[in-house]
Design a protein around this ligand. Structure first.
Ligand code: MG
Length: 391
C-alpha cells in the first residue's frame, strides 16, 4: 500500500514532469511515521541527512588533498554542497524532483573513509575476508543502521525511494539485512532520472574543481593546463568576450573564470542532451524510466562533450592524481588506516562502548571498519600517532 501524501506533496507533484520522482511514489518508510504538513517526505530525508553526524564529518574529509594540507581546498562537505547545487539546477530546469535530488547529492559521499580513495583501498584490502569496504555500501549502512538519533529505530529511517536512489551499484554488505527489501526493489532496474543526474553532477563537479584545487596547490603547472585543448578553447572564447580585462587578469582569477566557463558549458550541454533524449525515448512515467536499458537511458552529455571530459580526465590522472606529492599523501593515509585497523582489531575494547557492544552482532572487523571509516582525516592522524606513542 502506498503511503498517504500531504497537501504540500500533492501540490508539488502536480508541477513535476510526468516521469519525475513523485512524492506519491516514495514507498513510505520502513518504520511507519506520520506525515508532516510543513515538509515533504523528501525534504525531511534531506534534513535528516544534513543533521547527521556522518554529514558533519565531511567537513574534515578530503578527496584529493588531505584535510590538514590546506584550508582552501575543497572538502567532501563543500564538494557535496556543490553537487547538490548543480543537481538542483539541472533537475529544476527539467521539472524533476529537486528535493529528492538534493537529498541524494548531500548523502552521496557520507560513506567515505578518511584519506579519499587511498583510504578506501586500504580498508577494502584489510576487510577482504569480511565482506570488503566500499563507500557506497557504507553510506547505505550509515543511513540505515549506524546513525543513532532516534529511540524507535537505528539509522535515519529515510523513505524507500531515497534508499533506492542511494544504491548506486545495486550492492550492499551481506550483513545489512535491513536493506534486503531495498536491494530487491533496485535489482535489474535503472535509477530514477534524478539519481542519475546526481551521479553525473558528482563527476562533473570534481573533474572541474580538481583543476582549480590542483592549480591552487601548485601541483598543476598553469602552462600545462592552458595548453590543454578545452582550456585553449575557453581562453579564446573568454578573450573574445572580455578582451583586455580577461587577458590582463592575474592567473588565479583567470583559472577560476576558465573552470567556471567550462563547467557552465558542460551543465548546459547536459540539460539540452537529457531534454532531447527524453523526447525521443518517449518515457511517460517514473516506472518507464526504471525499465529503460543502459543504452536507452537519457541522462548523458553529448558525444562531443564526453570527448572533452575524457581529455580533462586523462590530464588529471597523469598530472594530478599521480603527482609525487599526492602519492605521498595517499601512502601516508594508507599507513595510518593500516595502523588503526591493526590496533583496534587486536584490541576492540579500546573503541567507545557503543561500538564495542555491536561486535557481538556484526563481528569485530566490520565494527572496526565502521569506526575507522567514520573518522575524519585529522582525527585518524592524531589517533594513529597517539597509539604509536609518537603523538
Ligand atoms: Mg563525490
Amino acid at each position: 500500500m502506498l503511503p498517504s501524501i500531504t497537501e504540500l506533496e500533492r501540490k508539488e507533484d502536480a508541477l513535476l514532469a510526468p516521469y519525475a520522482v513523485k512524492h506519491s511514489l516514495s514507498g513510505g518508510r520502513i518504520f511507519t511515521e506520520s506525515s508532516q504538513e510543513q515538509r515533504t517526505c523528501f525534504q525531511r530525508d534531506r534534513d535528516r541527512i544534513i543533521h547527521s553526524k556522518a554529514f558533519r564529518r565531511l567537513g574534515y574529509k578530503t578527496q584529493v588533498f588531505v584535510n590538514s594540507e590546506g584550508d582552501m581546498f575543497r572538502t567532501r562537505l563543500t564538494h557535496s554542497m556543490e553537487v547538490a547545487q548543480l543537481s538542483r539546477s539541472v533537475t529544476g530546469y527539467l521539472d524533476l524532483n529537486s528535493d529528492y535530488a538534493e537529498a541524494l547529492a548531500l548523502a552521496h559521499d557520507m560513506g567515505h573513509s578518511p584519506f579519499g580513495h587511498a583510504g578506501q583501498e586500504a580498508l577494502n584490502t584489510l576487510m577482504k575476508d569480511h565482506g570488503g569496504f566500499e563507500h557506497n555500501c557504507q553510506t547505505l549502512r550509515i543511513v540505515s543502521a549506524l546513525e543513532s538519533r532516534y529511540l524507535e529505530w537505528n539509522g535515519l529511517n529515510l523513505t524507500r525511494l531515497t534508499l533506492i536512489g542511494m544504491l548506486k551499484h545495486a550492492r550492499i554488505y551481506e550483513g545489512d539485512v535491513q536493506l534486503h527489501e531495498i536491494l530487491e526493489q533496485r535489482k535489474g532496474k535503472s535509477q530514477p532520472l534524478e539519481a542519475a543526474i546526481v551521479d553525473t553532477c558528482d563527476r562533473l563537479a570534481y573533474l572541474h574543481h580538481d583543476f582549480e584545487d590542483g592549480l591552487d596547490s601548485g601541483f598543476l603547472e598553469p602552462s600545462d593546463v592552458l595548453a590543454l585543448a578545452p582550456f585553449e578553447m575557453a581562453r579564446i572564447a573568454l578573450e573574445k568576450q572580455h578582451g583586455q580585462s580577461f587577458t590582463g587578469a592575474r592567473f588565479a582569477l583567470k583559472a577560476r573564470i576558465l573552470v567556471r566557463f567550462l563547467l557552465n558549458d558542460c551543465i548546459t550541454d547536459l540539460i539540452e542532451t537529457i531534454k532531447g533524449n527524453i523526447a525521443t525515448s518517449r518515457v511517460e512515467t517514473m516506472s518507464d524510466v526504471l525499465s529503460l536499458s543502459h543504452d536507452a537511458y537519457p541522462v548523458a552529455n553529448s558525444p562531443a562533450m564526453k570527448e572533452r571530459l575524457t581529455v580533462m580526465q586523462k590530464f588529471l590522472h597523469a598530472k594530478l592524481y599521480r603527482h609525487p606529492n599526492v602519492l605521498r599523501m595517499s601512502r601516508r593515509g594508507e599507513r595510518i588506516i593500516e595502523n588503526l585497523f591493526f590496533e583496534y582489531n587486536s584490541r576492540p575494547d579500546m573503541m567507545p562502548e557503543h561500538y564495542l557492544t555491536r561486535t557481538k552482532v556484526d563481528g569485530t572487523a566490520r565494527v572496526v571498519s565502521d569506526y575507522i571509516s567514520g573518522m575524519t582525516d585529522r582525527f585518524a592522524e592524531k589517533d594513529s600517532a597517539y597509539l604509536s606513542g609518537i603523538g
